[in-house]
Write a protein that binds this ligand. Structure first.
Ligand code: DXP
Ligand SMILES: NCC(=O)COP(=O)(O)O
Length: 238
């Protein structure tokens, strides 16, 4: 079964836009989980443009499903995650000024750093995942740093899907097969949406979790949050 983890970054963007506390993230998380989400994902960036560090403290005892905290493992991020003790931490090599996540880890170049960071989180009982491009060499490098899971960065699939779904998906199928052979759990995310998720789920084996945020929140403006969450879940069950 592939779990749906809802990324609430863009609810925080909306909240911050007016300087108040609407939408209230605590209420939103409770509602999103009641609608059927199987996880909550947040990505506190260094500039706290949407999810703030305080949000993590406010949400850590509210999330009743799986809490997944994503981010670049700078020291203050590591301290934040260790204090929150989420179900999962996903390491993302974001440049601070990046408008969004735009690359997976070079798990060969950063092997020693990733080994140390992952060991720290695992010592504290936190499941680890690292954000990687769908490249076999990067998946093999991920296995060598001791991570529990990888998250395949799906932007290239989202871009290629409308033109040639089969071609866009090939690297992800290969990466998924290798991940299984190396006993790595498989997550995926970035730019997945209601149009492209079913084909991805149908053809990529061993997929444990997808984390979806930007498209899901935008689709919910038209179709409603409860309805959209269940539309994703139905597509993940096909
Ligand atoms: C790692 C990834 O692709 C997303 O989880 C990321 O959280 C999106 O970040 P923004 O919501 O800031 O675009
Ligand atoms: N890890 C991907 C994620 O959490 C959400 O990415 P997106 O759907 O906002 O592109």
């Amino acid at each position: 079964m592939t779990k749906l983890s809802v990324n609430i970054n863009k609810l925080a963007t909306l909240r911050n836009a007016r300087g108040g506390n609407v939408p209230n993230l605590v209420k939103a998380v409770k509602d999103i989980e009641s609608f059927g989400a199987e996880g909550i994902t947040v990505h506190p960036r260094p500039d706290q443009r949407h999810i703030r560090y305080q949000d993590i403290h406010d949400l850590k005892d509210v999330v009743g499903t799986e809490f997944n905290i994503e981010g670049n493992p700078i020291p203050k991020f590591i301290d934040l995650v260790l204090s929150a003790k989420p179900a999962q931490v996903t390491l993302v090599p974001d440049a601070e000024e990046a408008i969004t996540s735009n690359a997976g880890w070079d798990t060969i170049k950063h092997k020693d750093f990733l080994k140390d960071v992952i060991a720290t989180f695992k010592e504290h009982g936190i499941r680890t995942s690292i954000f990687v491009d769908p490249e076999v060499s990067m998946v093999e490098g991920a296995a060598k740093v001791g991570t529990d899971r990888i998250e395949l960065y799906t932007e290239s699939y989202a871009i290629g899907y409308p033109k040639n779904p089969e071609k866009a998906l090939q690297p992800f199928i290969k990466a998924a097969v290798v991940a299984k052979e190396l006993a790595l759990g498989l997550n995926a995310g970035h730019d997945l949406n209601l149009d492209n998720i079913a084909y991805f789920k149908k053809h990529v084996p061993h997929l444990l979790e997808v984390s979806i945020g930007h498209a899901l929140i935008c689709e919910s403006i038209y179709l409603g949050l409860d309805n959209v969450i269940n539309m994703y879940k139905n597509r993940l069950r096909e």
